[in-house]
Write a protein that binds this ligand. Sequence first.
Ligand code: FEO
Length: 394
Amino acid sequence: MKPVQLKEGIYWIGGIDWDLRDFHGYVTQRGSTYNAYLIIDEKITLIDTVKCYLYDEMLARLSTIIDSSKIDYVISNHVEMDHSGSLPMIMEHCPNATVFTSPNGEKGLKAHYEKDWSFHVVQSGDTISLGKRTIQFLLAPMVHWPDNMLSYCPEEKILFSNDAFGQHIASSQRFDDEYPLNIALEEAKKYYANIVMPYGKQVQKVLEAAATLDIEMIATSHGLIWRSYIAEIVEQYKHWSKNDASESQALIIYDSMWHSTTKIAYAIQDSFENLGIHPIMYNLQKNHISDIMTLVLTAKYICVGCPTLNGSILPSVAGFLAYMVGLAPKGRIGLAFGSYGWSGQSVDMVQESLTKCGFKLMDQIKIKYIPNEETLKEITNKVQENILQIKEEL
Ligand code: FEO
């Protein structure tokens, strides 16, 4: 339970959630951390807290540095309970501490905890003095909730970014250069795809503002702290926030009852392969929707297949579509496909969801019962021609 010093007098005192495997529907196969920070200055300052069940762990780390009753300032960058969950407990130790937060942060904290703490509401550009250091605030609404803000310490060149640039990784290593970079970037991509994707425009505003700051460290609220690969993660955020899908990747996402929709899926795979477009097959019985979303972030073609079940679609496909529509990828090319026995509503229902995403649509593929070899060849040819036609139109 040791704290980790970021710079002289600035400590990570967060909690490591080794067992976390689900974050509201997102599979967190590597666990996570909730990063809280303590600044020792004339004003003892705590930045964010941890989920309530890791409060003792945070307090144990904090207590090796200072008595918790000595905290003067608490900066709450985000109301969501993975960061504010231990606030009521820590405030019992320092009831007179001032809580700095955004206007929506004040509303959210009051609604969550019904406490009459001494709030100091801040706006973008406001600064406070801690003594030797200052903290400058930058409101970042919708990265990830309306209340989000970032806090910047110019003397130490540290940006406390909260959810932005985070990754769900539980690790005893705290910094990006202590951990495999490819895994850190992959988890950052999964985090962006599943948490931040709907808010690309807001992310771009944060990136513009951050570009004016001299940053030596991005102290996130989840996972690793960026200090050696800041340029790399910022570059990825620039790319992801543009919804800039790669032309060379196609996802074929499907579920099947008696393998007919699977056969169609593999016939469509051939269409992409024949054109040198890299297809990736995702059977929804075998893959989690949050892993699929990681590649939806960068794939141009999103093909979704489902047979008709009771005049509707399979729950696995319905769940994926609901999740994807909410995360709002844009600028993709969609294809709905599937087999049916008699009523055949599923393909239209899939197509409706792809339309909600605003995708440009290819001609749907709807096959009665079992496609034979000849039909499968026709599907491959038809989809191939359709891809070429759409590429010409773009
Ligand atoms: Fe990590 Fe939006 O909370």
